[in-house]
Design a protein around this ligand. Structure first.
Ligand SMILES: C[S@@+](CC[C@H](N)C(=O)[O-])C[C@H]1O[C@@H](n2cnc3c(N)ncnc32)[C@H](O)[C@@H]1O
Length: 204
C-alpha cells in the first residue's frame, strides 16, 4: 500500500545542533512550547506516541528511541496523521533525561515496557535505577508524573524496590481508562495473555 504523508516524515525527527546543552523547547515545538510536555522513553515504533499526539493536540509529545529503524518508522507513522505536536529524538534515554531535558519541564515521563534485561549480569543496564529517578525528578515539573509499565514481574519487583528506597516520589494507584492507548509491545504481550504491571509515581 502506498503511504500518504501529510508532512515530510523526516521533519518529525528532532536532531539537536548541540548534544551538550539542554534542549530549547521553542526550537523543538515552535510556537507551542508552553504546552505541557510528555516524554516517551524507549518509544519503539511509536504507536503510543502517535496515538497520544493525535488524542491530545494541546500537549507536546517527545519520543526517545536509540534505534534508527524505529525512529524512522515513528516519523512515517506520525507524518501520516494530522498531529503536529509529536516529535522523536534518537538518543539514549537516561542521557536525555539527565542532560537534554530542561529542569522542571516535563509533565509526564512515560516508560512503557522497557527492556527487562533478565540475566543477572545484565541487570545494571536496566533503566530504572536510583540515579535515573534522581534525574527524572529534576526533569519533572512539580507534581509531574512518572508512569511505568512492564510485562516482566522480576523487573517490576526491582522497580518497586528502587521506588521504595527513593524519597522524591509518592506512588499512587493507577488504573487507566479502558481506552487508554496501548503501546505496540503491550498489545503484543496482551495478545499472548501476559499481564501488564503498572506504577505511577508523582514528584513530591
Ligand atoms: C521493549 S521495547 C518497547 C517499545 C515501546 N515502549 C512499546 O512498549 O511498544 C524497548 C524500546 O526501548 C528502546 N531502548 C532500550 N533502551 C534504550 C535506551 N537506553 N535509550 C533509548 N531507547 C532505548 C529499544 O530500542 C526499544 O525500541
Amino acid at each position: 500500500m502506498q503511504s500518504v504523508f501529510l508532512i515530510p516524515p523526516e521533519t518529525v525527527e528532532f536532531r539537536p545542533e548541540n548534544y551538550f546543552v539542554p534542549l530549547d523547547l521553542d526550537v523543538v515545538f515552535p510556537g507551542r512550547s508552553n504546552a505541557p510536555l510528555e516524554v516517551d522513553l524507549g518509544s519503539g515504533d511509536g504507536g503510543f506516541l502517535v496515538e497520544m499526539a493525535n488524542r491530545y493536540p494541546n500537549r507536546n509529545f517527545l519520543g526517545v528511541e536509540r534505534l534508527l529503524g524505529r525512529v524512522r518508522k515513528t516519523c512515517r507513522r506520525m507524518a501520516r496523521t494530522e498531529a503536529r505536536n509529536g516529535r522523536v529524538i534518537r538518543v539514549e534515554s537516561h542521557y536525555l533525561v539527565r542532560h537534554l531535558l530542561p529542569r522542571g519541564s516535563v509533565s509526564v515521563l512515560h516508560v512503557m515496557c522497557p527492556d527487562p534485561w533478565p540475566k543477572r549480569h545484565h541487570q545494571f543496564k536496566r533503566l530504572i535505577q536510583t540515579e535515573f529517578l534522581d534525574d527524572a525528578r529534576e526533569a519533572l515539573a512539580p507534581g509531574g508524573e512518572l508512569r511505568l509499565t512492564t510485562d516482566d514481574l522480576p523487573y517490576f519487583k526491582h522497580m518497586c524496590a528502587v521506588f521504595k528506597a527513593h524519597c522524591g516520589f509518592a506512588e499512587e494507584p493507577w488504573t487507566p481508562e479502558p481506552d487508554y492507548p496501548q503501546t505496540d509491545f503491550e498489545r503484543l504481550f496482551r495478545s499472548q495473555g501476559l499481564p501488564i504491571y503498572r506504577a505511577l509515581l508523582r514528584r513530591i
